[in-house]
Design a protein around this ligand. Structure first.
Ligand code: FES
Ligand code: FES
Length: 211
């Protein structure tokens, strides 16, 4: 284009990259846009009990619980799949309830107890849900698995507490543990490998043994 304005492709791309730098969005080696927090000197102290162990962190108050666990406490079992609350790979238990840790700020949980996949069980002393996943071959690549297992444990706690689901026919009745119930209640945990039928088998075994 002519005139007083430089609307060449090179000019537009250059301006875009400069703008991304100012806004804290960078490019990875493969050219994908990545968000990063601009540097700040303000930190906040947050005390958590993580897998039974008291931990205190001085962190940027914008740090997600997932990043606090993975980057600050080096508990990398919880996975970052989407960082947008869409996949469930980051699911952990907070005060016994399952949450997407990518959607929650660590400072919101000051004084609370967090359980990650590392705290559910260890090799040799697996949590029954972990053992059931192994027994039923309920994973392939394993990337979604820590979130699936934490979510499944939290989900069975919700059934025990009488929390209804979207497929419950009678909201006042004690929830059942049908396959439809299990699938609906786990619909926030995606598996790109498609191991769903085996995941349901593993959960049904544990749910059945507790029913
Ligand atoms: Fe949290 Fe996907 S990483 S929901
Ligand atoms: Fe690969 Fe679920 S086992 S994404």
């Amino acid at each position: 284009m002519g005139g007083d304005h430089d609307f060449s492709r090179r000019g537009v791309i250059g301006a875009g990259v400069a703008g991304m730098a100012v806004s804290g969005i960078g490019l990875s080696d493969d050219g994908e846009a990545q968000a990063s927090l601009p540097a700040t000197t303000a930190t906040m102290s947050v005390s958590l009990t993580v897998n039974g162990r008291p931990r205190t962190l001085d962190i940027d108050p914008r740090t997600s619980l997932l990043d606090a666990l993975r980057e600050h406490l080096k508990l990398t079992g919880s996975k970052k799949g989407c960082d947008h609350g869409q996949c469930g790979a980051c699911t952990v238990l907070v005060e016994g309830r399952r949450i997407n840790s990518c959607l929650s700020l660590a400072v919101m949980h000051d004084g609370e107890a967090v359980t990650t996949i590392e705290g559910l069980g260890r090799p040799g002393t697996l949590h029954p849900m972990q053992a059931a996943f192994v027994k039923h071959d309920a994973f392939q690549c394993g990337y979604c698995t820590p979130g699936q297992i934490c979510s499944a444990v939290g989900m069975l706690g919700e059934i025990e507490a009488g929390v209804p689901s979207h497929v419950a026919a009678d909201l006042s009745a004690k929830p059942g543990v049908t396959v439809d119930e299990l699938r609906e209640r786990m619909s926030g945990n995606l598996c790109r490998c498609g191991a769903y039928s085996n995941i349901v088998e593993a959960m049904a075994e544990i749910a059945g043994s507790r029913a």
